[in-house]
Design a protein. Structure first.
Ligand code: NAD
Length: 246
């Protein structure tokens, strides 16, 4: 029997990268997965290739779309908020439009999703929320990650706040803080650099293990946090960074 048998898991950013790997790992462990993203073609592929995954086009910044999903969801055991964007630059490179875009997608979307699903979880007297943060947050500063680091620090704050407010009502809330994970968007960021080969090397070297993390390695941690094996764990940030912050 799978470790997530009978659980209903809703997760965002499931079309590629960590979200896709987590959706596949959850389904393999027996969960019923509702996989959200705005990338229709990649979502379709995910649903066709993997049993137990139902997909839905949903923009996590749109309150009406979230509310109609909540209405149609009978039961939810795990809400996993993953969608996020990496803006490259210092505070001087980040204009108000960049700032607002990142804070809207990386933080406000999680506020909207949690606020919409929490009443259902409270009625069930159980619920498990996982948020995607990063070690680039309140844990560590990184060059050219001003608004990104700010947004991911806010995700840690949001996680602890929800955990503290609802622990006595059967709700737990944790976040995941990866180092550098090999995903399509990371590859795009590398290709956008003047010397992509050197950029990849630089990304690898900053992890003390000297390599990138795979999305599947993060997915193992996601399975643990989504399962009852982590039933006593709440309000925590789980670092998975190959020793970057050692
Ligand atoms: P990615 O950036 O490759 O893919 C992100 C997915 O989010 C895409 O499928 C995209 O279509 C979807 N998306 C974008 N806007 C959306 C919206 N408004 N509504 C719904 N879906 C939307 O994925 P990744 O690199 O695996 O990153 C996933 C999360 O993990 C992000 O929050 C990121 O900040 C975090 N993270 C990534 C790394 C890394 O090195 N890759 C490290 C630490 C944290």
């Amino acid at each position: 029997m799978g470790r997530l048998e009978g659980k209903v898991i809703v997760l965002s950013a499931a079309a590629q990268g960590i979200g896709r790997a987590a959706a596949i790992a959850f389904a393999k462990e027996g969960a019923k997965v509702i996989a959200l993203d705005i990338n229709e073609s990649q979502l379709k592929k995910l649903e066709q290739e993997h049993q137990g995954i139902q997909t839905r086009i949903l923009d996590v910044t749109k309150k009406e779309q979230i509310e109609s999903l909540v209405k149609e969801t009978e039961k939810i055991d795990v809400l996993f908020n993953i969608a996020g964007f990496v803006h490259h630059g210092t505070i001087l490179d980040c204009d108000e439009k960049d700032w607002d875009f990142t804070m809207n997608l990386n933080v406000r979307s999680m506020y909207l999703m949690i606020r919409a699903f929490l009443p259902k979880m409270l009625a069930q007297k159980s619920g498990n929320i996982i948020n995607m943060s990063s070690v680039v947050s309140s844990i560590k500063g990184a060059v050219n990650r001003c608004v990104y680091g700010t947004s991911k620090a806010a995700v840690i704050g949001l996680t602890k706040s929800v955990a503290a407010d609802f622990v006595e009502q059967g709700i737990r809330c944790n976040c995941i803080c990866p180092g550098t994970v090999d995903t399509p968007s990371l590859r795009e960021r590398i290709q956008a650099q003047p010397d992509p080969t050197q950029a990849l090397k630089d990304f690898m070297i900053r992890q003390k293990m000297g390599r990138l993390c795979s999305a599947e390695e993060v997915a193992h941690l996601c399975v643990y946090l989504a399962s009852d094996e982590s039933a006593y764990v709440t309000g925590t940030e789980h670092v998975i960074d190959g020793g970057w912050t050692l």
